[in-house]
Design a protein around this ligand. Structure first.
Ligand SMILES: C[S@@+](CC[C@H](N)C(=O)[O-])C[C@H]1O[C@@H](n2cnc3c(N)ncnc32)[C@H](O)[C@@H]1O
Length: 213
């Protein structure tokens, strides 16, 4: 919501929600007047989203597909904005992130933006295989800064902002909506993965905003 306001994306614009779940973002975006295409592969979640869309008669098209591997019935360069929230933490590695970025580069219109949340590791941290495997089990798959750069390399996507997600959400959510869930703070800070006795774990969730050149 904050990015759309800051970028002055007008109501009616087409928005892509990748890994929409039950519509935590798709539904409020549609209520603001955006035309949302929501990609969601889990049938139970897509069913719940479909039911709410029908109940409120919202402009959300639910596409039941894997956004990385399936043929998507979506318009190339068709979106002013794409949101990929809390999805890359489910990925199996940097190859999945590259596949996502290739699709975003194709689907977002020139001049449009893609907002992606991702766990990124500290520059001086060298993860071993165990950390990467445990991260997957804890829905905390992370990428090194070099992997993040490589995923966008050669694509018309320019990183325009990179914010700590936990600090951003704490600053922007209404006081009575904090914390958003019982697990959000320890997950987004990297403490699920590295333990609560580390003051600053070497990975944290970021909000990454890319401009499609
Ligand atoms: C934690 S939920 C987040 C849902 C929603 N984006 C939100 O912010 O509330 C992660 C979602 O990503 C979806 N997901 C994971 N891998 C995906 C893929 N390859 N393509 C599309 N969706 C995917 C899951 O099915 C799930 O709905």
């Amino acid at each position: 919501m904050e990015s759309l306001r800051a970028l002055a994306v007008p109501p009616g614009a087409a928005i892509l929600d990748v890994g929409a779940g039950t519509g935590r973002n798709s539904l409020p975006l549609a209520r603001l007047g955006y035309a949302v295409d929501a990609v969601e592969p889990a049938p139970a979640l897509a069913d719940a989203l479909d039911a709410e869309v029908a109940r409120e008669a919202l402009a959300v098209r639910v596409i039941r597909a894997d956004a990385l591997r399936d043929e998507l019935p979506l318009q190339a360069a068709g979106y002013a904005f794409a949101v990929v929230a809390e999805v890359t933490s489910h990925f199996r590695g940097a190859g999945d992130l590259r596949a996502l970025f290739e699709r975003l580069a194709r689907l977002v219109a020139p001049g449009g933006h893609a907002l992606v949340s991702a766990f990124v590791s500290a520059p001086d941290y060298e993860p071993d295989a165990t950390a990467r495997e445990v991260a997957q089990v804890l829905w905390s798959t992370f990428f090194t800064p070099a992997e993040l750069d490589a995923a966008a390399s050669g694509l018309p996507l320019a990183l325009v902002s990179d914010d700590d997600a936990l600090a951003f959400e704490r600053a922007h959510l209404p006081e009575d909506a904090w914390p958003p869930t019982g697990w959000y703070e320890s997950w987004a800070s990297g403490q699920d993965l590295f333990g609560t006795d580390l003051v600053k774990p070497p990975v944290s969730l970021r909000w990454l905003l890319y401009r499609r050149d």
